[in-house]
Every structure is written in structure tokens, then in C-alpha cells.
Design a protein around this ligand. Sequence first.
Ligand SMILES: [Mn+2]
Length: 338
Amino acid sequence: MTEPDLSPLFERIAGYGRHMLDMPFSGPTSFFRTDVVDTLEGVDIALIGVPTDAGLSHRPGARYGPQAVRAQSGLIRYINPYTGVIPYEHGRVVDAGDVPFQNTLVLDDIVREIFSYYTQVVAAGVVPLSVGGDHSITYPILKAVASRGPVGLIHFDSHHDTAPPMKGSRFHHGAPFRNAVEDGLIDPRRTVQIAIRDPYRQAARPYAEAHGFTVLDMPLILREGLDAVVATTRKTIGDGPVYITFDVDALDPAFAPGTGTPVVGGLSSREAMILLQGLRGLNIVGADVVEVSPPYDPTGMTALAGAQILMELLCLASESLAKKGNQSARAIFDRGDH
Ligand SMILES: [Mn+2]
């Protein structure tokens, strides 16, 4: 056979980002080798690191998550290996760097700083996809994203994260979705929790159930299968705006040992990919992957799983933009001004 001429393809890929074609071990370490920018002008989707673990209750280390996910994401490349989706065809995607924290020791200030940073991102009309950091980062992100009213929430986790204040703080990684309900940031009737198997269920589950969350716990997923989970989730969320938050401890520790509070009996990486790919076409206003904690995984595979989850979220967000008729970035791309 004649080998195809790959040069037009390579030229197109280079247009997604200056270092897209670099080898995974070389060049600047950005998310998926996207361009690192310090302005959000002309940007559709920003990949953002949130390196803090001040909200953790147990094992620290998630502050190293963004660095590790960036490093592993070089292996993921530009195309979704299951679906063939190329997110960069639907909008301009960049690495906006990390939230520039001034205070790294006072949790209340960290929460305020995350909120103020994401308020600017949302005001710029940019869809934020974030990498934590512990799960306490999602509350201030939601507060910025939900500035025009409560959003739906799809929450992958082993825990409900609806715990009451603990150890003197209402902000901690076990409480973001209680805080989000109390402050009117999420619509509990449009909130779905997936892969739950919570050792703290007696403290957290009553809150989730009393407020009408749809809880799809692991035993139910194993009983009813992935298609049923997708169908229930889509029906509950509908066409309205939705935020997706993925705690890497939703995965079984066999696939993601590097996390602060692992719980056995969770999803495989491929089950998580299939579930996320089942959400194509939803109206995505933002998403995150949190709780990757590199010190507990010398192989780096938790960060690789986190990077793949981020890729799935990126594909969903880019297709959501395309569905809304995003013209700006691709028009520029196709004119050759990039
Ligand atoms: Mn969590």
C-alpha cells in the first residue's frame, strides 16, 4: 500500500498548539501540550490548575495534582481514542496556568481567591476545566459558574461530599455540595451522584436524599449497568446548564491509588470513560477532576487516569460549544491567523 501523506494532518495538529507535536517527554509541560497563555482573549476553553490541598481531612498531597496531570497528559495526545473526537476542532483550548494563590495557608482566603479568579474566567465567556487540588475547590468554582442561577451537577465520587462543618470549618473536601445547596449554586433536583460507596454514609447520605439528589451508588451501577446510569443521568439533567465534577476516588484504587481517601469497589477507568462519553450533547458550563494525589502513586498512573478523565471532559465541553454554534475560534483557525 501507499503510505498516506501525513503532512497536512501534522500542519493542522500544529495549529491546535505550538507544542502539540512535541514528544511527550520534551517541551513545556502544559495540559495536553496546549499553548500556555496569560490572557483569555480569543479563548473558548481554559484548562486551569488549582494546586491546593488545604481542605483535606486525611492524607495530604493533592496540591501536586496539576503538575502530575500536566506531565502525564503528554501521552494522551490530541484525539479521543474511543470516540475519535478532536476537541481542538471545536474551539480554542489553552492552558491558563494555575490559580495564582496569594494565601496558601488560610482555607477561607483560598476559597475567596478561587472564587475571584473564576469570576474573571466566567466573565470572559470562557468555559473552565480545572484540575485540583482537593475537592474543596469545587465550591468556589461553582459559585462563579452559577452566578446567573443554580446549575445541574453530575458528581462522580466514592463519597457524597455533603458532610456538615468539621474541625472548625464549613469548607473542606467532604462538604462542597452541602455548601453548594445551601448557597443556591446547584439545583438538587438536577444533581446526580455516581459511583458512591461512602464509608461516612450515615453522616452524609441523609442530606443528599433529603434534598432530592439522584444517587447512583456502586451496587446499583453493578446491578443495572452503564446504559441505565447514562439514561437516568441524562433524564435528570435535561437540557439546562450542567457542571461535571470528577473525584478520582470514584475510580477503584486498583486504577487510581494516588488519592487522599481511597475506597475499594469503584469504577474502572474504562467504565468511567464510557459513562462520560454517554453524556455527549449536554450543556456543559464547566468541569473538574480533583483529588489526584501523586505522592501515593509512584507509577504516575493515577495522574494518567486523571488526564484521560480531563480529556473526556474536554471532548464533552468542546462538543457542547459546537452545539451552541461556537463560531469565533474555529473561524480564526480556518482563516489561518493562528
Ligand atoms: Mn470528593
